[in-house]
Design a protein around this ligand. Structure first.
Ligand code: F58
Length: 807
């Protein structure tokens, strides 16, 4: 893939003429973006089709990452970077009077995910391709992505995300690869003409799954993998089954929105349908492709690995069994044996409410064949355990797939796969020791840890060109391919010139963010202030509230003593709350009202400012992260499985202020105690409270005039405009005993914040800490994480290595 600047300019102008009969000067940004997209696509199309052909001809084992969410964000610049023509195109456009950055803004963020889980899937896609690994994504092409967040009078309001309104340059509709998926009806087994028992479907609904493929480009390695997203259509042959337009519409809406509200029966059913829809389509298409290799199905595991990202795609298991048995006549035993070897599963949470369970009745009615297979999987599992552990019926009850009229998806995923992993050391240990302990006893060899990672290309090279340049000048460019080489930066920890350059890059990123804040909120902020950042979904366990209580403390301190020595702080929040999560929405409202109070108080005079940026998404993260000084990772220990913004912020030189939760533990190990600020309870202490059940939040309030003043502010009118929300928050802490131990950790958090303040005052030392964080962030590279998945779970290898071995 090579192209000179002049070739690029010619190609762009030529295509603009062909498509719009226009010159550059007449084209709108959208038109230019569309044309640029087609130039880029043409540029990688050969490599894309060659990758496919090579995989097919070589019969190399491939991994398929099944995820109900992918959150890639904007793709233009990342594709240009990976093709190695970012600078050429930028310069070519500049010659033509066009700014690449402005053009890149036209692209809608592809936000087909809620948060960490979906973003991780996209970092992984990037890394799989960049490591030269044969691996593809499989998911849903939602017509509407995650809602757009607006604040109206401080409240979150959700607007639809019409990301496809202007088309999607990157996708390719592959009509010829469509498959059908069946729902509902009656299914029974009957003897076929060949004497085999086969299921007969009566009255089932047939829907068509049409794939839209997006190229996933490896970083300057000519490898192009595929992200395949499925969209629903109604097959022509089925049109007569629909009695009205509304009836038809209900089915056409299956892939309309990401996670429809599941607070009512209708929503739950749609979600179950979505899960089966993309899983069935994906598995069918894998098998269809595999059959072209002319290999027997009982060695499928030597050619195919399927990864179940959280439990949403766990129906892969019964679906694979169905295809092998019903469509290819394989015996149960053989089909099970192959299925277990093909499948692997990642758990992303220990929060009980997020561990998926489906009512038996719902599953039976909507996915009757799946239910039959699950029932049989459960029956055989129970039989086996009864033989092995006759003395332990409780163990069987606790681990079986179907319990209390519910299908436990995590149990299904663990029992019928060969690998279960957590996403950080602490999380994986908790799975083994607590949450999935029974399963760990049954299948110890299946459990492993794969600490999450991030794609340095997006989160440093693209998001932070200023820092990237300093790194290039200081340690050379090898870190761009081998993030572990960032370690070389440690040699410069005493080099004032390098420290100054790093500080300069940070300052310029802070100025960029300050301008954005001014433009979008009208709030003027000073780049001299500490930029203290908490960006993640809004959830009680993540404890944005703890941050807010501390802000109020600072506010009252300054009101009482305007001369108090304290660095200026800008607190930045970015977070969406689930539409039906009222408590989280109340916290958003409270933060916005506290922001109003403080930002407009002349006594404070800008020494503290609070900004809640609307519509936090991948693009906004790219703007905030490079500008951050402090990274708030303050979840209750044990609750955050890993976190990944913690890694991105560290990579960009922010100092982590954290509890020992998730991957924070490994961040501390990587940078050492001196370069991170840790506070609060450990996960052991949290569990001790659970055992003893002796936490009394109100005691903390009763004993602390500081806390009394802060909490009372929520209900006594000090924070204006939050009558209901203030009461809800106040009650959650005192009446409902503070589920996430905010008050218990408050003092420790205040001290940790004071430490941050002191550290920042010594700018030289702060810069050294920041440097150490950048230098040690290489170990959180998603490339490394993917190589470990490849070697230890999927048993796939980089294409080049494989070709060499094959000769
Ligand atoms: C997140 N999970 C974890 N779930 O919370 C985070 O610690 C971890 O770093 C990340 O996965 C990647 O491993 C997460 O994002 C969801 O969004 C669920 C989707 C399904 C509904 C419940 C939330």
């Amino acid at each position: 893939m090579e192209m000179t600047k002049e070739e690029f300019k010619k190609e762009l102008q030529q295509r603009l003429k062909e498509k719009y009969a226009m010159d550059i000067n007449d084209a709108s940004s959208q038109e230019l973006y569309n044309v640029l997209g087609s130039v880029v696509k043409a540029y990688y199309s050969d490599a894309w089709s060659n990758t496919w052909k090579d995989y097919l001809e070589d019969g190399q084992k491939q991994a398929y990452y099944f995820s109900i969410e992918f959150l890639p964000g904007k793709m233009l610049k990342s594709n240009l970077l990976n093709m190695g023509i970012l600078e050429t195109v930028e310069a070519g456009l500049a010659d033509l009077g066009v700014s690449l950055d402005e053009l890149a803004q036209v692209e809608q963020d592809m936000a087909l995910g809620n948060g960490g889980l979906g973003r991780l899937a996209s970092c992984f896609m990037d890394s799989i391709a960049s490591c030269g690994l044969p691996g593809n994504g499989n998911g849903i092409r939602y017509d509407y992505g995650l809602f757009k967040q607006r604040f109206v009078d401080g409240y979150q309001v959700e607007l639809p995300d019409e990301w496809l309104r202007n088309g999607n340059t990157w996708e390719v509709r592959k009509e010829s690869k469509a498959v059908d998926v069946l729902f509902g009806g009656n299914v029974y087994l009957a003897e076929d003409t060949d004497g085999q028992l086969r299921p007969v479907y009566e009255g089932a609904r047939r829907l068509r799954a049409v794939p839209y493929d997006t190229a996933v480009l490896g970083y300057q390695n000519h490898l192009v993998n595929t992200l395949r997203l499925w969209s629903v259509e109604i097959p022509e042959s089925e049109e007569d089954h629909y009695r009205s337009i509304e009836d038809r519409r209900a089915f056409e809406d299956l892939t309309a929105v990401l996670y429809p509200d599941d607070s009512n029966e209708r929503g739950r059913q749609t979600r179950l349908w979505q899960e089966y829809f993309f899983v069935s389509a994906g598995v069918q298409s894998i098998i269809r492709y595999y059959l072209r290799l002319n290999k027997p199905l009982d060695v499928l595991n030597e050619y195919v690995a399927i990864h179940i990202n959280d439990t949403h795609p766990a129906l892969c298991i019964p679906e694979m069994m169905r295809i092998l048995m019903d469509e290819h006549g394989m015996s149960w035993e053989k089909a099970f044996n192959v299925t277990v070897k093909v499948m692997s599963y990642t758990n992303h949470t220990i929060m009980a409410e997020a561990l998926e369970k489906w009512p038996v009745a719902l599953m039976k009615e909507n996915l009757p064949r799946m239910y039959q297979i699950i029932e049989e999987l459960d029956r055989r599992f129970v039989n086996e355990l009864t033989i092995c552990y006759p003395e332990n019926p409780e163990l069987i009850q606790r681990t079986r797939i179907i319990q209390n009229e519910q299908v436990h998806m995590a149990h299904l995923a663990i029992i019928c796969s060969h690998s279960t992993n957590g996403v950080a050391k602490l999380h994986s240990d908790l799975l083994k020791e607590v949450v999935l302990h029974d399963f760990y006893q049954l299948f110890p060899e299946r459990f492993n840890n794969k600490t999450n990672g991030i794609a340095q290309r997006r989160w440093l090279q693209l998001a932070n060109p200023k820092l990237s340049k300093v790194l290039d000048q200081t340690i050379g460019t090898t870190w761009r391919k081998t993030p572990g080489d960032l370690k070389l930066l440690q040699n410069y920890v005493e080099d004032q010139t390098v420290l100054d350059q790093l500080a300069e890059a940070k300052k310029s990123n802070k100025q960029r963010l300050a301008s954005y804040i001014e433009e979008t909120t009208g709030i003027t902020v000073s780049p001299e202030a500490i930029f203290d950042v908490q960006i993640k979904r809004l959830h009680a366990y993540k404890r944005q509230l703890l941050n807010l209580l501390h802000i109020l403390k600072l506010y009252f301190d300054l009101k009482d003593d305007p001369k108090k020595v304290q660095e200026s702080r800008l607190f930045i929040f970015g977070a969406k709350a689930a539409p039906s999560y009222t408590y989280a929405k109340s916290i958003i409202k409270a933060i916005n009202e506290v922001a109003n109070l403080i930002n407009n108080d002349p006594d404070i005079n800008g020494r503290i400012k609070v900004v809640f940026l609307e519509n936090y998404n991948v693009h906004l993260a790219e703007l905030i992260i490079p500008a951050a000084d402090v990274s708030e990772q303050i979840s209750l220990a044990s609750k955050e499985a890993s976190g990944t913004s913690n890694m991105k912020l560290m990579l960009n030189g922010a100092i982590t202020l954290a509890t020992l939760d998730g991957a924070n533990v490994e961040i501390r190990d990587a940078v050492g105690d001196d370069n991170v600020v840790i506070f609060g309870m450990t996960e052991r202490e949290v569990y001790q409270y659970y055992e003893r059940q002796d936490y009394v939040a109100k005691d903390y309030y009763d004993q602390s005039p500081v806390l009394q003043r802060i909490l009372n502010a929520f209900v006594d009118g000090t924070i204006p405009n939050i009558y209901f929300e203030g009461r809800e928050i106040f009650d959650s802490l005192l009446k409902h005993n503070d589920e996430y131990f905010v008050l218990r950790d408050f003092d420790a958090y205040v001290k940790a914040q004071e430490k941050i303040d002191g550290l920042y005052r010594d700018q030289h030392h702060w810069q050294q800490m920041s440097l150490m964080n950048i230098a040690n962030a290489g170990r959180f590279s998603a490339d490394d994480t993917m190589m470990r998945y490849a070697e230890e779970i999927w048993h796939i290898e980089p294409v080049e290595q494989y070709s060499k071995k094959k000769g």
